[in-house]
Design a protein around this ligand. Structure first.
Ligand code: AMP
Ligand code: MG
Length: 487
């Protein structure tokens, strides 16, 4: 099996990483392999057997041309700065350039200790590995920028957490692993020159159109803010809660990264928190825009020395850019919501209509995902689904009348509008109770429920009769749901 590695970070960014070596698993077994993604990356799998795939994607066999390394980074975790984090349980094997010219990192996650492991074991348990695989593939299918999952391999070793679990390694594919925390690391330890070097690399790799900007690090800040506004609007639009939006978990590419305690909400509640370690709700559903703003302020701080070095006045521009984030986010959010509601043009009062909807959804405890599909059904003349989502369907009638009146300002045919809504509003998300059941089976050795759920969430927008159960929220008596970081 050949990889056309072209390891630009390794070759041009010495000092920004530590060389790393994967631990040898005792008996690697392939759990899942993403053939479609391999094809997209231009990796010729050919007739490579499962055993060979398992050896490569567990770190047992190092492919030719690989330069394994662990990235250095820092980060604000729950608001507190750690100057020394870095890849403690992951290593980059190398970069591949896809046939269309796009460059991707291939990273093993859970492949043993690195120079940055501190007290950690560098390992990952099968549950979190399969969870990241499933959720990141669901996000990709829903059109949300995200890292991807290429392979999951059971190592045959046990990983000790609150109890012992089977160990596994995830192969993560990202357009890069450069994080806000990467910039913070070099700002904290080295200063302007290193930050400028990282900025220049990031621009070459992700945003070549910014290379000629008058102040490149400032242009980078602007671009990354724009991408983060869009990303978080996307998240909110599908009820996604990242759960641990620390600055080390924010990729400058604008991809969702580091799926840990993330989850989707069923019934709408703005303060929803699933993560066991987020006792104060810092990363609750509705706080994500504010936290994104806060994280971008930290990004700006890290870039300031490099921005200043180009032109001192750039610092004021950066400050204004950060202050403008709430407005910029709102604009992205309204666009997302208009699409969800079948509105094609910007209308006055849309923000009010949207805010009122969220009040109603919360009051009536309505299933967030189901609601938007129900609205489209109503446009097709079938109100039954929408009625079935609420104990008191009449209560939503005034809001629906307002929405209806708003639709009437546009000329589109209802059926076309309903189809456009269905193309952005998923039927199938990774429902928490389904994910848990699939992971429990997988840990017990039966991959079938996980594989079925993967197939479902990879096809989120087209309803299928045989998948009806996958569209349903957790039973009302299921109790609160809690997620854990415990990779
Ligand atoms: P996270 O909160 O998952 O984004 O991880 C925060 C930091 O802890 C990163 O630097 C990780 O590399 C590190 N880390 C998390 N789990 C482990 C582990 N099992 N072994 C070593 N480092 C870890
Ligand atoms: Mg992380």
């Amino acid at each position: 099996m050949d990889f056309a590695f072209d390891n630009s970070f390794h070759d041009s960014m010495e000092g920004f990483y530590a060389p790393a070596e994967a631990a040898k698993p005792s008996s690697p077994t392939l759990l899942a392999f993403n053939h479609a993604l391999a094809a997209r990356l231009g990796i010729a799998v050919g007739d490579t057997g499962d055993d060979e795939l398992a050896r490569i994607f567990s770190g047992q066999d190092l492919p030719e041309g690989a330069n394994p390394l662990a990235f250095a980074y820092a980060g604000h975790q729950f608001g507190h700065f750690s100057s020394q984090l870095g890849d403690g349980r992951a290593l980059l094997i190398g970069e591949v350039v896809a046939p269309d010219g796009a460059r991707f990192d291939l990273q093993l996650k859970g492949s043993g200790p690195t120079a940055f492991s501190r007290n950690g074991d560098g390992r990952a348990a099968i549950g979190p590995v399969l969870r990241e695989f499933l959720v990141s593939e669901a996000m990709a299918a829903m059109g949300v920028p995200t890292t991807r999952a290429l392979a999951a391999v059971a190592t045959g070793d046990r990983v000790q957490r609150e109890r012992a679990h089977p160990g596994a390694v995830l192969t993560r594919v990202a357009s890069s692993h450069i994080r806000v925390g990467t910039f913070q690391f070099f700002a904290a330890h080295f200063g302007a020159e290193h930050v400028a070097q990282l900025s220049a690399y990031s621009i070459r790799r992700h945003f070549p159109d910014l290379a000629e900007a008058a102040n490149p690090p400032l242009a980078l800040l602007d671009r990354v803010i724009g991408l983060q506004c869009e990303l978080v609007a996307h998240w909110l639009g599908i009820g996604f809660i990242h759960g641990v939006m620390n600055t080390d978990n924010v990729a400058i590419s604008g991809e969702t990264i580091d799926y840990g305690p993330c989850a989707f909400m069923d019934r709408f509640a703005i303060n929803t928190v699933f993560s066991s370690i987020d006792a104060n709700g810092r990363y609750a559903y509705g706080r994500q825009p504010q936290i994104m703003h806060w994280n971008m302020a930290r990004f700006a701080e890290a870039l300031l020395p490099a921005i200043h070095a180009v032109e001192p006045a750039g610092v004021d521009t950066a400050k204004a850019m950060v202050e403008a984030i709430p407005k910029r986010f709102s604009a992205a959010w309204v666009v997302t919501m208009r699409r969800k509601l079948g509105l094609l043009e910007a209308g006055e009062g849309d923000e009010v209509l949207i805010d009122a909807l969220f009040d109603e959804l919360e009051k009536r405890q309505i299933d967030f995902t189901g609601f938007f599909r129900g609205l489209a059904m109503m446009l097709r003349g079938d109100g039954a689904m929408l009625e079935g989502l609420s104990e008191d369907p009449e209560a939503m009638a005034p809001w629906i009348a307002d929405w209806w009146a708003r639709l009437a300002q546009e000329t589109d045919a209802p059926l076309e509008r309903a189809d456009a809504m269905d193309a952005v509003n998923p039927v199938y998300i990774p429902r928490n109770h389904r994910v848990e059941a699939a992971l429990a089976s997988a840990e017990a050795g039966d991959m079938a429920p996980w594989l079925e759920l993967l197939e479902v969430v990879r096809n989120p927008f087209v309803e299928r009769a045989e998948w009806a159960g996958f569209a349903e929220p957790a039973p009302a008596d299921a109790g609160p749901y809690t997620t854990f970081c415990g990779t």
